[in-house]
Design a binder for this molecule. Structure first.
Ligand SMILES: Cc1cc2nc3c(=O)[nH]c(=O)nc-3n(C[C@H](O)[C@H](O)[C@H](O)COP(=O)(O)O)c2cc1C
Length: 211
């Protein structure tokens, strides 16, 4: 059991290019969503919702917006960085089986959200934990997940008729994959290297890090 948890944690990848588009059995999707909903949340507020987007017209419209935002980011790059970014796929919106848009409702359980009075972002942290649960459960089920953040929140809110005040936090592409890569895409494309975990650990004070 313990070994399997670690295996899934280390096997998880952000997927853009390996989606097959094959269907997901209803009971598998139910398990993945139930796992997401089992996440911890500040004050038991469970401030998340999951919008399952299957409509291909909606996904195509979102994808066009993502392409525009890709161009916006690309325009900030020069030389070698620009060339590298040009080779990197940043979404699998059209190829994946469906999208799951995860939202955050700051009003859920408010005003007395136990534990959020000092840290407003604790609600948002809770949504991210639901996303990570979804990601790991999907990995355990042999599915891939790709988080797409190349969008403007008002665009997604309008597109999916999300109520004012509710924030879209993640557009996730979900579905069966040919395989999961062993190395993250950004590392494979020479964009950025992972930092060794020991370098992230500090003892008693911020400095020195590592051993
Ligand atoms: C908040 C967040 C936003 C992300 N947005 C994107 C994105 O827009 N496009 C993309 O290709 N990957 C996106 N990613 C995936 C990261 O690039 C990826 O997690 C990282 O490179 C490490 O790779 P791994 O997840 O395969 O370990 C995002 C990840 C997170 C956590």
């Amino acid at each position: 059991m313990i070994n399997e948890v670690y295996e899934v944690i280390h096997a998880r990848r952000d997927v853009r290019g390996q989606f097959t588009g094959a269907p997901i059995p209803a009971e598998v999707l139910d398990r993945v969503l139930a796992a997401a909903h089992a996440a911890p949340s500040v004050g038991l507020s469970q401030p998340w919702d999951f919008i399952l987007v299957r409509d291909s017209a909606l996904r195509a419209e979102f994808h066009r917006h993502v392409q525009q935002e890709r161009d916006v980011f690309a325009a900030t790059l020069d030389g070698e960085e620009a060339r590298r970014f040009g080779t990197i796929k940043i979404d699998g919106v059209l190829e994946s089986t469906l999208s799951v848009v995860v939202t955050y409702d700051p009003d859920r359980g408010s005003p007395a959200v136990l534990g959020r009075h000092a840290i407003a972002d604790a609600g948002l942290y809770s949504v991210c934990l639901a996303i990570q649960n979804l990601w790991l459960a999907a990995t355990a089920e042999g599915l891939g997940v790709g988080w797409v953040s190349f969008y403007r929140e008002p665009f997604v809110r309008d597109l999916l008729r999300i109520p004012a005040g509710v924030r879209p936090v993640a557009w996730l592409c979900l579905g069966p994959v040919t395989h999961l890569e062993q190395v993250p895409d950004l590392e494979r494309h020479g964009w950025r290297q992972r930092r060794p975990w020991r370098a992230a650990v500090h003892r008693d004070r911020w400095e020195p890090a590592g051993h």
